[in-house]
Ligand binder design. Structure first.
Ligand SMILES: [Zn+2]
Length: 425
């Protein structure tokens, strides 16, 4: 397939440039300042308001297969990713069976290839067997099978000695430990952020200290072992401050946040809105501002969605028994563009946080827009306005507090593996 991109703005790590591209058989054949003349072109993209980014990678998603295919499966997750503008995702291990052995990792890799959709799926293996926090997985086998990181996301390893060992082993494989940092004894049975709103609604609160203490412990273990860790879904002001300090102190840490932590406050749960029930919980205005600051100064390396699909029956129920989590792949681009509109970051930094950094953390080669490179591109219309409706969501689930809300900007094409995927409603 021959694809021509005429006179669009290309976002690279060194700046924004007006360029034309010619792509043949999945490879960028030409990059030119002038329009490119070519014969037998199969597909042309020429809307000059569009921005061309290196392909996006969402490094924190839950694809639910094997075991929970009624929420999402690998194919529907890939479709959701494509619609959201992602050419790659890394999926967490809390499936059934848990991804704690090479067979499950293999299965996920194979399923993702069978679908023939141009979205790479990188499995994240559990740290411990069955996410039980007791016995460390066979890290070498999992790496050989295609795992890119280790995480007991959702079930942080409680025993510091076991986590210390896991960190030490992970160094032999140059793979990060992704920490869902939470002191579970403090957050047990908690539903939402602890504060005035939890009091008002009569729901058990999750104190911010649960995350802060969890992060501090994990950072200290990283310091002790000199291992490489990545802190998932940072939600509090103090977490940003501690990680900023840890980076200055030379601890080998990177971290991510999600759009809901830089855009929404705990007020979203008023009215017992279970679509806004998420772990860590939504916090307050000061936290939002601190997280934006962390994104701006580079303390926060990555924006990930923590895409967590749930069946409507697991959400439309009493607040206490509703599942935690929201979907996020299809709203990541418009919600992250909000940071650009607010002047928090620029387009180049957005490319860093959605493409280059997550690839680097997982030791994957980041896509580059240069002649001779694979065409792995996310093309965005930053201005188009649309409404997020159940009917236009590609995921099997629609548990998001952004449902029915107006969105600005979206991915309009993704290009990978010689294929063009055009986003349509
Ligand atoms: Zn988590």
């Amino acid at each position: 397939m021959k694809i021509k991109i005429d006179n669009l703005t290309i976002v690279t790590s060194s700046g924004l440039f007006r360029r034309s591209l010619l792509i043949e058989k999945g490879i960028i054949k030409r990059v030119s300042e002038k329009p490119i003349q070519a014969k037998n072109v199969d597909f042309t993209i020429e809307n000059e308001d569009l921005l061309v980014f290196p392909g996006f990678l969402d490094m924190h998603v839950h694809l639910r297969e094997p075991g929970f295919e009624y929420k999402e499966d690998i194919e529907s997750g890939q479709k959701s990713a494509l619609k959201g503008g992602f050419t790659a995702v890394a999926c967490m291990a809390n499936t059934n069976p848990v991804n704690d052995n090479a067979t499950v990792t293999h299965y996920i890799k194979c399923r993702s290839k069978e679908t023939d959709l141009p979205v790479d799926v990188y499995p994240i293996s559990a740290i411990t067997i069955g996410l039980k926090g007791e016995q460390i997985v066979e890290m070498g086998d999992l790496k050989d099978a295609g795992a890119v990181a280790f995480s007991d996301d959702g079930n942080p390893v409680e025993n510091a000695e076991i986590l210390r060992k896991a960190m030490e082993y992970s160094k032999c494989f140059d793979m990060p430990i992704i920490c869902h940092s939470e002191e579970k004894k403090l957050s047990k049975d908690g539903q939402i952020n602890e504060g005035e709103i939890s009091l008002k609604l009569g729901l058990k609160g999750i104190p911010r200290e649960s995350e802060i203490i969890g992060i501090f412990r994990d950072l200290m273990l990283a310091k002790l072992t000199n291992a490489r860790i990545h802190i998932a879904h940072v939600s509090t002001k103090e977490s940003v401050n501690i990680i900023r300090w840890a980076k200055k102190a030379g601890i080998n840490v990177t971290c991510e946040t999600c759009p809901h932590y830089f855009l929404l406050t705990e007020e979203e749960v008023l009215g017992y809105n279970t679509f806004a029930k998420v772990n860590p919980p939504l916090r307050n205005k000061d936290d939002i501002l601190a997280i934006r600051e962390g994104l701006k100064d580079g303390t926060i390396d990555v924006i990930a969605s923590d895409h967590a699909p749930h069946h409507i029956d697991e959400k439309e129920r009493e607040f206490e028994s509703a599942s935690f989590g929201m979907i996020g792949l299809e709203t990541m681009v418009p919600l992250s563009l909000e940071l650009v509109r607010l002047g928090v970051i620029d387009f180049q930094t957005l490319a860093e946080k959605l493409s280059r950094k997550p690839h680097q953390i997982l030791r994957l080669r980041p896509p580059v827009i240069k002649e001779g490179e694979e065409a792995n591109l996310t093309i965005i219309d930053p201005h188009c306005e649309w409404i997020l409706e159940k009917s236009n969501i590609a995921s099997k689930s629609y548990n998001t507090p952004f449902l029915g809300k107006k969105m600005k900007g979206r991915a309009v094409y993704t290009i990978k593996g010689g294929q063009v995927f055009e986003v349509k409603d």
